[in-house]
Design a protein around this ligand. Structure first.
Ligand SMILES: Cc1ncc(COP(=O)(O)O)c(C=O)c1O
Length: 497
C-alpha cells in the first residue's frame, strides 16, 4: 500500500498485559532530588520569560492557557517559533517537538510550501468571503481521490462539530436513536459525547459536569476491542429505538492508547450491517497520518461516514469535516433543495478558503513527499529506541506505536478500565480508582516536565507524534535525552490502592 505509515501491528493482548503489570505496581518516576534540583531548576533559571507571560495570562485567561494541551507542569512554556521538528520558547530554548500541535502537522511545523500557498491566497482574497471559493471543491475532490468512499465532503470548523453533524445524519438516515461509542474515546466536547472519556466505563463520572444527564440518554459506551459487548449493546438497543451509529477511532480510543486487534474494525462493520447501524470512523487523528487513504485504507474497511479534523486543514485553524457515501453526506446539503429531512450544520467561518487551501496543499504535499511513510518509520525508530532504553534501565514503562503515533506509558494513568467494575464495585470503590488515576496522571505530568527540561515536547508526557521533519539523527538525539531522564527514575511507594 502506498504512503502507509504503519509497518507492523502489535497484538493488543500483549500490550494490555504489559499495561496491567504497570498499573499493578507502585509508580516509577524521576526522583525528588533530580526533579527539584535539575527539572525545576531548568524552569526557574532558563524559562523566566515563559513564566512572566504565564503569570500575566493567569489574570486574563481561565487557568492561564487557552488550550487544555498547553497546560504543562510546573507551568506552561510560551512558544515563539516553530520550524519543522523544532520549537523555540520565548527564552530561546530549543525543543524537539513531538506534540506537533496535537497531531495536525504531519509535514512538520510551519511547513513552507503550505505557508507560501496560504500567503498567496491571503493576498488574493483574504481568509474568508462567505461565498463559494474554488479551494472548497479542490479539497473535497482531493480527499475523494485518496478515500474513494468519501464521495462527498463538507468542511466544518472542528472535529467536535463534525462529530455532532455525523450523529445527526446517522439518526436521520436510519430513523434510529442510540449512538454507541467506545469507552475512553474522545470525540470532541459536544454534550452527547462527553461521556466515557479517558477511562472505559467512566460514563458521566469524570468530565460531564454542567451537562444535563438527559443529554446522555441515547449515548452508550462499550469496552474497547470487545465485539461481544458491542453486539450485546446493539441487541439491547433494539428495544429502545435502535442504534443509529457506532462511532469509533479505528486505531483504538484516544489515538490508539487502547489498542485494538487488527480485525476489530471489520468485526464492527459486520455488526453494524447486521443491526442496521451506520459505521462512523473518527479519523480526526488518523486521516492522512496513518496512511494517505486513512485508517480505512489501512484496515480495508469502508465506513458509512468519516470524520475529519487536524491534518484536513494542513495545521491551520478551522479543521474539520464530514464525508461519506453520497446518500448520507447529501443530508448536509446547503439550501432548501434538501427538503425537510436535513441535518442542519453551519458555522460562519467554516470552510473558509484559508483552511481549504491549506488542507488541499498539505494533502498534495503528503502525497508528494510520502510523509505518512516517512513519519511512520521515524515513529518505529523512536518506539524501538524507547523499548530498548526501558529494558536497559529495568523500568516497567510500556512503549508501542501505530506508525507516527507513539505511546509511552510511564504510569499507566490512561490504562484504567472501569467497565467491568461498574456493577461489581461500590461507588466508593470506583471513586478510589478515580483518585488513584489522578495520582498517576500527576506523576505522568511530572515525567512530561522532565522531558521538557531535557528539550523534548510531548503530549502530556505520554504521547509523541512524529512528522516528515524528523530524521534518524533527530530521533537518536531525542533518545539520548529520554535516556537522561530514565537514568533518574526510581520506584516510589505511591500509586496503589
Ligand atoms: C479522535 C478525535 N475526535 C475528535 C476530536 C475533536 O476535534 P477538535 O479538537 O477539532 O474539536 C479530537 C481532538 O483531539 C480527536 O482526537
Amino acid at each position: 500500500m502506498n504512503n502507509c505509515g504503519i509497518s507492523r501491528w502489535d497484538d493488543p493482548k500483549v500490550i494490555n498485559e504489559q499495561l496491567k503489570k504497570l498499573t499493578s505496581q507502585p509508580i516509577w518516576e524521576v526522583d525528588d532530588d533530580y526533579y527539584q534540583n535539575t527539572v525545576l531548576k531548568y524552569y526557574d533559571d532558563l524559562c523566566k520569560k515563559s513564566h512572566a507571560v504565564y503569570e500575566e495570562s493567569q489574570k486574563y485567561i481561565p487557568g492561564g492557557v487557552q488550550h487544555n494541551l498547553a497546560f504543562n507542569k510546573p507551568f506552561p512554556m510560551c512558544m515563539e517559533r516553530a520550524d519543522g521538528a523544532y520549537l523555540y520558547d520565548k527564552d530561546g530554548n530549543k525543543y524537539i517537538d513531538f506534540l506537533q500541535a496535537g497531531g495536525p502537522t504531519i509535514l512538520g511545523s510551519n511547513y513552507e510550501p503550505v505557508r507560501k500557498r496560504v500567503i498567496e491566497l491571503l493576498n488574493e482574497c483574504g481568509p474568508v468571503t462567505g461565498l463559494l471559493h474554488e479551494s472548497e471543491m479542490l479539497i473535497a475532490r482531493e480527499i475523494n481521490k485518496h478515500m474513494p468512499n468519501v464521495e462527498m465532503f463538507r468542511m466544518l470548523g472542528s472535529g467536535t462539530e463534525s462529530v455532532m453533524a455525523s450523529l445527526r445524519i446517522a439518526r436521520i438516515a436510519t430513523g434510529k436513536k442510540h449512538i454507541i461509542k467506545i469507552g475512553g474515546a474522545y470525540h470532541g466536547w459536544s454534550d452527547q459525547m462527553v461521556y466515557g472519556l479517558k477511562i472505559p466505563g467512566s460514563r458521566n463520572l469524570l468530565e460531564s459536569h454542567g451537562i444535563p444527564g438527559s443529554c446522555f440518554g441515547k449515548t452508550d459506551e462499550v469496552r474497547p476491542n470487545d465485539l461481544d459487548m458491542l453486539e450485546k449493546m446493539l441487541k439491547r438497543n433494539r428495544f429502545s429505538g435502535g442504534t443509529a451509529a457506532v462511532l469509533i477511532e479505528p486505531v483504538g480510543p484516544e489515538s490508539g492508547t487502547r489498542p485494538v486487534a487488527h480485525d476489530y474494525n471489520k468485526g464492527v462493520r459486520e455488526l453494524c450491517d447486521r443491526y442496521g447501524a451506520l459505521l462512523i470512523f473518527d479519523e480526526v487523528v488518523t486521516g492522512f497520518r496513518v496512511a494517505l487513504s486513512g485508517a480505512q485504507g489501512y484496515f480495508d474497511v469502508v465506513p458509512d461516514l468519516t470524520i475529519f479534523g487536524k491534518i484536513v486543514a494542513g495545521g491551520y485553524p478551522a479543521a474539520g469535516g464530514v464525508g461519506g457515501k453520497k446518500e448520507y453526506a447529501q443530508l448536509m446539503a446547503a439550501g432548501l433543495a434538501t427538503g425537510k429531512h436535513r441535518a442542519y450544520v453551519g458555522g460562519t467561518l467554516s470552510a473558509n478558503p484559508l483552511s481549504c487551501i491549506a488542507g488541499y496543499t498539505a494533502i498534495q504535499e503528503i502525497e508528494r513527499t510520502n510523509a505518512c511513510e516517512v513519519a511512520g518509520k521515524m515513529g518505529d525508530r523512536l518506539c524501538d529506541g524507547l523499548k530498548e532504553l526501558i529494558d536497559r534501565y529495568g523500568l516497567p514503562f510500556v512503549a508501542y506505536n501505530q506508525g507516527s503515533i507513539v505511546h509511552l506509558e510511564c504510569t499507566g494513568a490512561m490504562s484504567f478500565d472501569f467497565s467491568s467494575m461498574y456493577f461489581l464495585k461500590s461507588a466508593t470503590g470506583l471513586l478510589k480508582h478515580k483518585d488513584m488515576m489522578y495520582v498517576r496522571k500527576d506523576s505522568m505530568e511530572r515525567m512530561g516536565a522532565a522531558y521538557m527540561a531535557n528539550g523534548i515536547v510531548t503530549l502530556a508526557g505520554s504521547r509523541l507524534y512524529t512528522s516528515l521533519a524528523d530524521t534518524p539523527e533527530i530521533i537518536d538525539e531525542a533518545l539520548n535525552r529520554f535516556e537522561e531522564v530514565f537514568k533518574h527514575v526510581k520506584k516510589t511507594d505511591k500509586g496503589l490502592l
